[in-house]
Design a protein around this ligand. Structure first.
Ligand SMILES: [Zn+2]
Length: 360
């Protein structure tokens, strides 16, 4: 992959252009009068009752909310006066979020201690990634080479952030649909660099440690092997990747995509594996879009791990989930899920897998 072209936005934020072969980005100066950034825009507060950090980012209340298409901040802005991407056109771009929940990475987070209320600066990094300069459409409609370019950009940002002091976990995600809270319709995703392990990741790594102690071997490799051997929840399997509905699915539509060999993150995948990942990912999204008359709203979460002892058992995979449980029905996180974290599934995971297999 060729190195991205780097530029700066008016308030000093980084902007990176990733280009398809034969294309070369031509950024123009960002001439917007943007206010200077506040280095302490958010804070972390430690919830001693759960042992979890909470990010308090009050400034995000003012972020751009469902703008009309002609004021989209993610469409290219050739004049340098209207857009977050000052350029006549682009293939894939990444820039630091103007309304970040985490920013100014560089200092490792100390372990929470003491009896009082524990606060820490909201250090870390949050970036926006635009998948295409085309305002309409979505990831599922990208050509395979373009999807691969997005994956290359995810991979570049993962390597970069994992090498940044103070960042513990890199989370690339993309989602679609107003139903799940997307406030800008332009096809895009985000990349978070957290200064701590997120609760779900910490729980999964704890399970993996427990598995290794009791049975030996890697928990996620064992789960993948079980799913493949059983077969009833497998949606698609190729030489290099497997997509399946998990045994204990929490969402009405939930699919996990694993590489067939253990790697911790995108950086460790080979060129062939990255191509195959792009193809299978598009394949799964295509099946999602054929489920109902309207495209399926979804969240796609890339689970990636660092090369540290604490994360040694982390197995790179993608978890896709949707709240749509019928043509006209959405699943809302109700009392059991929201208050207690106790999920109640409305459909049999095996039926969802069968339906997704038929939609090949
Ligand atoms: Zn747009």
């Amino acid at each position: 992959m060729t190195a991205p072209t780097r530029a700066k936005l008016a308030d000093g934020r980084d902007l990176l252009f990733f280009a398809l072969p034969g294309h070369s980005p031509e950024p123009v100066a960002d001439r917007r009068p943007l206010p200077q950034r506040n280095p302490d825009q958010s804070q972390l507060r430690f919830d001693r009752s759960t042992g979890q950090w909470v990010i308090i980012a009050a400034l995000r209340q003012d972020r751009t909310y469902k703008p009309p298409a002609d004021q989209c901040p993610l469409c290219p802005g050739p004049t340098g006066l209207t857009s977050e991407v000052p350029a006549p056109d682009y293939d894939v771009v990444v820039f630091e979020n103007r309304f970040p929940s985490l920013s100014g990475a560089g200092r490792p987070l100390g372990a929470p201690g003491g009896d009082g209320f524990v606060c820490a600066p909201g250090h870390g990094r949050t970036e926006v990634i635009c998948f295409s300069s085309d305002h309409t459409g979505s990831f599922a409609q990208l050509l395979p080479a373009h999807a691969r370019l997005v994956i290359d950009a995810w991979r570049h940002r993962t390597a970069d952030m994992l090498a940044t002091p103070g960042i513990e976990q890199v989370f690339c995600f993309e989602n679609r649909g107003e139903e799940i809270g997307v406030t800008l319709s332009h096809p895009h995703g985000q990349i978070y660099g957290y200064p701590y392990l997120t609760p779900r990741t910490a729980t999964m790594l704890e399970q993996a440690r427990e598995h290794r102690k009791r049975y030996g071997g890697n928990l996620f490799a064992a789960l993948l092997e079980h799913e493949v051997a059983d077969g009833s929840r497998v949606v698609a399997r190729t030489e290099l990747f497997t997509a399946f509905v998990p045994f204990a699915a929490r969402w009405p539509v939930e699919v996990h995509i694993y590489p067939n060999r253990f790697v911790r993150n995108l950086v460790e995948l080979t060129g062939d594996e990255l191509d195959e990942f792009a193809r299978l990912y598009l394949d799964v999204l295509g099946r999602f879009d054929r489920m109902y008359s309207a495209p399926l709203p979804y969240i796609s979460a890339l689970h990636q791990y660092a090369e540290t002892d604490a994360q040694a058992d982390g197995y790179f995979h993608v978890e896709l989930m949707s709240i749509r449980r019928g043509a006209t029905k959405l699943k809302y996180l109700a009392a059991s899920e929201s208050a207690m974290g106790a999920f109640i599934g409305d459909v049999m995971p095996e039926s969802v897998a069968e339906r997704l297999r038929e939609l090949a």
